[in-house]
Ligand binder design. Structure first.
Ligand code: BGC
Length: 830
């Protein structure tokens, strides 16, 4: 690693202005270059479900890996590390040096809008998987940004909320994943969150200096979340190194104001030097500093290659949690054959709003543009099954984004639209041919505004009717929008965000304006959408225009009836239910855990029509499943990445084991869950240590599915557990051996989980807490003995004097889930 003196020597070559310039981004996604320090431009990118790169654009595609909860459900650090390596290759391919991931905030409550992006409600599971993700990236020379430090566990008022967390809870839960990752992997960057904790905004919090740097010895860079740095002197003294985004002339509190503060003696220049050192150190690590080794070459296959697809499919399947199975799964490829009739292909009714257009990732900054996505319907069809489809109900309150086969470019060369950029003078300054219907620009319209700023957009397309009826056509966005169809103005409106909407909320679920357009079968019309850029409250910073189109369809009653009769006429029904970007996304929290629309009713009607019904849940976090006990099988599939549908087909057909275990407690109702709503700007974590299974245990509440739960296609026995003689203090923990046997008919995968507890403790504690785990694979009849190292920290609690181990015996219990722990052993650490 580059020596501190060398970094300081380079800093010494720079003027105050040059140094301060480096402390705010050059633009939305990059740091300034500084040739005098040998520094090239360093590029950052979201994160975590893929590497988006500099543009928010479907033409620049990225491998879409399963979301945080899907990866967490694998309980497999090795697999998550391999995903980190895949992402590093993607980063190199796209010229990205630092990924804005992983997100290691905790699932304090399932209402939190960004749960899908975080791993788990448990700090140990989050820490182990977060460390693996970081290892995969950084061992490949790409920086990780562990985010959001700290207390950003929900979205409501996230920019300003003051989170109150008692010190013990902060240490034992919310800081714990950051601590493990920083200490073990030396994360190269950490992102300071928008919110405040215990009195200070995180970009100016003493936790940065005292704990992150002081206690944990962190030598990496701290960057602000986007626009989170707000005070010139407050942030500069608090070990924040980089204010994002830039340039400083438009965003952030530093730039000239900071130069002046130093000149006036209000800020010590040594603080600026320290920050520049940390920026140069990051650059050296990612190979962006002259004279230091370049980043290792990482030849990688493209996002649409077979190699990437194979890995993503396996990762998705490894995270699918088979929560319930009465034996219907795996499905047989042939239908029932009354002898002497020969077997015939099984007839599968594929039903539900997420069957045809699945969610493969969550909304917000985690959005990437995959080269393709495989829906459940595509996947089951491609597997050669005899498939019929009925959407059942719509889960959306608003019209979906326009898509093929109705949306065409003006020259009809394919789905999409043509975008024209105009300057104030009315001059056409740029032109793009696009494949999609969502157009988002962050921080500007380069290259269209190279000469003059963009003032107006015109988006042109053709809408072609496949059937006669009413097509509701319109736009989602902010500011002034005009729609002209075949030369006639249909509307000219100004759309405003909901009051107090976060920018992410305003961009992810913007207001919508629709107008009915009557079309005959086969008829085409030309639509022109105009948008005045300056009319948007976020104009220039972020611009969004989404073309919306609701083609003719039956009412929910009609669609439910059609779905039920299709199910009745089929051998088996697969119903794919889930959330939508309207309810589960960055920028806002959920207000209900129920599936949106009439999906529960749809599931009940399909089960009544055909008891051989498998329900696949396509959500990033728990939703209520009031019919779960009546379904023949329930598979929780998360946001599974671009290969989602293929992975689903392989798992449903039994070609691959559903390998996942729940990384969170799946509640049966909304009773007793922590709220995300601040009172007077303050969100009090008054539940303390008791989140997730810790709360269910304390309250004696039964979840629908417990933390750690999940079954596969074989069975296991837990045969024995031994604790190595005496504590293995030298290695910092206790070694446990657990023997399990595959007692079923086929090879399978099990996650051996070990929980600690402390009967009769003198301090308040959860009834049990996860202390270690390891995934195992075994053939039928095979016995496997796994070693699990329980870290010393698993036995410690935080006191005013620091970490402490209560003398006396702890109990360790091993089993397949938090609710089934057949083996126990005692450990005496005193
Ligand atoms: C999010 C971050 C993200 C950043 C840049 C913020 O709104 O909270 O997670 O990395 O935007 O897109």
């Amino acid at each position: 690693m580059i020596a501190e003196e060398e970094l300081r020597r380079r800093v010494g070559r720079l003027s105050l202005e040059q140094k301060v310039r480096l402390l705010t981004g050059e633009d939305f996604w990059a740091l300034h270059a500084e040739p005098e320090a040998g520094l090239r431009r360093v590029v950052l990118s979201d994160g975590p479900a893929g590497v988006r790169g500099g543009s928010w654009d479907e033409r620049d595609t990225s491998a879409n890996v399963p979301s945080g909860t899907a990866l967490a459900a694998t309980w497999d650090p090795g697999r998550v590390e391999a995903i980190g390596v895949l992402l590093a290759r993607e980063a190199r391919r796209k010229g990205v040096d630092v990924l804005l991931a992983p997100t290691v905030n905790l699932h304090r409550t399932p209402y939190a809008g960004r749960c899908f992006e975080c791993f788990s409600e448990d700090p140990l599971l989050t820490a182990r998987l977060g460390a693996a993700y970081v290892r995969g990236l950084q061992h490949s020379g790409v920086g990780a940004t562990v985010k959001h430090f700290v207390g950003n566990d929900s979205e409501t008022q996230r920019m300003t909320v003051e989170v109150r967390i008692d010190e013990r809870t902060l240490r034992e839960l919310y800081l714990a994943p950051f601590e493990v990752i920083v200490r073990e992997e030396g994360a190269w960057a950490v992102m300071a969150a928008y919110n405040g904790v215990n009195g200070s905004p995180m970009t100016q919090s003493p936790l940065l200096r005292d704990i992150l740097h002081g206690e944990w010895g962190y030598d990496g860079l701290v960057m602000s979340d986007w626009t989170a740095a707000r005070s010139t002197e407050g942030t500069v003294g608090a070990d924040l190194d980089l204010a994002m985004p830039g340039p400083a002339s438009r965003y952030g509190p530093w730039g000239d104001a900071l130069v002046e503060a130093v000149r006036k003696g209000k800020v010590d220049e040594a603080l600026i030097d320290d920050k520049v050192v940390r920026i140069l150190r990051l650059a050296a690590r990612v190979g962006a500093l002259e004279g230091e080794p370049a980043a290792p070459a990482l030849p990688g296959a493209g996002p649409d290659s077979v190699a990437v697809a194979t890995r993503l499919r396996a990762a998705a399947a490894a995270g699918f949690v088979l929560a319930r199975n009465d034996g219907i799964l795996p499905l047989s490829r042939s239908g029932p054959s009354g002898l002497p009739a020969p077997p015939r292909p099984v007839q599968v009714a594929v039903i539900g709003p997420n069957a045809e257009v699945a969610r493969t990732l969550g909304g917000g900054s985690a959005t990437v543009f995959p080269p393709y996505t495989v829906s459940p319907l595509d996947g089951l069809r491609a597997a050669g099954l005899h498939v019929a489809h009925a959407p059942g109900v719509s889960a959306l309150q608003r019209a979906p984004q326009a898509r093929a086969p109705w949306l065409l470019r003006p020259d009809r060369s394919g789905p999409g639209a043509e975008v024209c950029f105009f300057a104030d003078s009315g001059e056409l300054t740029g032109w793009e041919l696009r494949d999609g219907a969502t157009f988002m620009w962050l921080g500007g319209f380069a290259p269209a505004e190279a000469a003059e700023p963009v003032a107006r957009l015109e988006i042109r397309c053709v809408i072609r009717a496949t059937a006669a009826g009413t097509y509701r056509l319109g736009v989602s966005g902010l500011g002034r929008h005009r729609l002209v169809v075949d030369g006639t103005e249909v509307f000219d409106v100004t759309l405003s965000p909901q009051e107090n909407a976060d920018i992410a909320e305003a961009m992810m679920a913007p207001p919508q304006q629709l107008a009915p357009v009557e079309l005959a079968a086969g008829q085409s019309v030309t639509a022109v959408f105009e948008h005045d850029v300056h009319s948007s409250p976020f104009g220039g910073f972020a611009t969004l225009v989404q073309l919306s189109l609701d083609p003719p369809h039956g009412t929910d009653d009609e669609e439910i009836a059609a779905a039920a009769s299709l199910a009745a006429a089929s051998d088996v029904a697969v119903v794919v239910v889930g959330t939508s970007a309207e309810v589960e996304s960055e920028g806002f929290d959920r207000t209900s855990l129920a599936l949106p629309g009439r999906q529960d009713e749809l599931v009940r009607r399909v089960i009544a029509a055909n008891p051989r019904t498998v329900v696949v849940v396509n959500s990033g976090a728990p939703v209520l499943l009031p019919w779960a006990g009546d379904a023949a099988a329930v598979l929780l599939s998360w946001f599974g990445g671009q290969e989602f549908g293929n992975a689903l087909a392989e798992v449903l057909l039994g070609d691959v084991e559903p390998g996942g275990r729940l990384p969170m407690t799946w509640p049966a109702s909304e009773e007793g869950l922590p709220s995300t709503r601040p009172a007077d700007g303050v969100l009090d974590y008054r539940e303390g240590l008791f989140i997730g299974y810790r709360a269910f245990d304390r309250d004696g509440r039964e979840p629908l599915f417990p933390f750690g739960h999940g079954t596969g296609y074989t069975t296991w026995s837990y045969d024995s557990m031994t604790v190595a003689d005496g504590p293995v203090r030298a290695s910092g923990g206790v070694a446990v051996c657990v023997q399990v046997r595959n007692t079923g008919p086929r090879r399978g995968r099990e996650v051996v989980q070990v929980y600690a507890s402390r009967p009769g403790s003198a301090v308040e504690r959860p009834a049990k807490w996860l202390a270690g785990f390891v995934p195992v694979d075994a053939d039928p009849g095979e016995t496997v003995t796994v070693g699990i190292l329980i870290p010393e920290r698993a036995f410690q609690h935080w006191t005013e004097q620091g970490w402490s181990t209560e003398p006396g015996p702890f109990v360790l219990a091993a089993g397949p889930s938090s609710a089934s722990l057949p083996l126990t052993a005692r450990v005496d650490l005193s």
